[in-house]
Design a protein around this ligand. Structure first.
Ligand SMILES: [Zn+2]
Length: 138
């Protein structure tokens, strides 16, 4: 058994998994999507918690944003988000994309490896863990 060989095959595996480099766009970020259905006059997002985990944002923050953007009262129920209106089309996912574009993706390097710093007075800094950029968002 040769550990050196193992190391080489490990490196091979890593290189095989590396995405092809394209010019300047950085790594691809796969936009999560809400899985939802309507029930009576409500719209229920089934995977709300899972999406929040994926974009690493507080479900409370995401739910408040969606509520404000769509002028709909919302309630987090377990893993789900219940919106008190029947929403047609794919509005919830458009709003999710807007949220991610504003509060998750770094404007400098386009990566999603960021977190929010609360500065108070409803101002937050979007801090990029990849390139160190900071940008105030409201
Ligand atoms: Zn960055």
């Amino acid at each position: 058994m040769s550990s050196e060989k193992d190391y080489e095959s490990l490196l091979d595996d890593i290189y095989k998994k590396l995405p092809e480099r394209t010019t300047g766009t950085g790594e691809r970020f796969e936009m999560p999507r809400f899985d939802f259905f309507t029930e009576g006059n409500k719209t229920i997002i089934k995977n709300f918690k899972a999406v929040c985990d994926k974009i690493r944002r507080d479900p409370v923050l995401v739910s408040k944003h969606l509520s404000k953007e769509m002028a709909v009262p919302v309630e987090v129920v377990g893993e789900r988000l219940v919106l008190q209106r029947k929403l047609t089309g794919d509005m919830v996912n458009r709003k999710l994309e807007e949220f991610v574009g504003k509060y998750v993706i770094c404007k400098e390097c386009n990566r999603p490896d960021t977190h929010l710093e609360d500065l108070g007075h409803r101002v937050r800094n979007l801090v990029c863990e990849a390139c160190g950029a900071r940008k105030a968002v409201r």
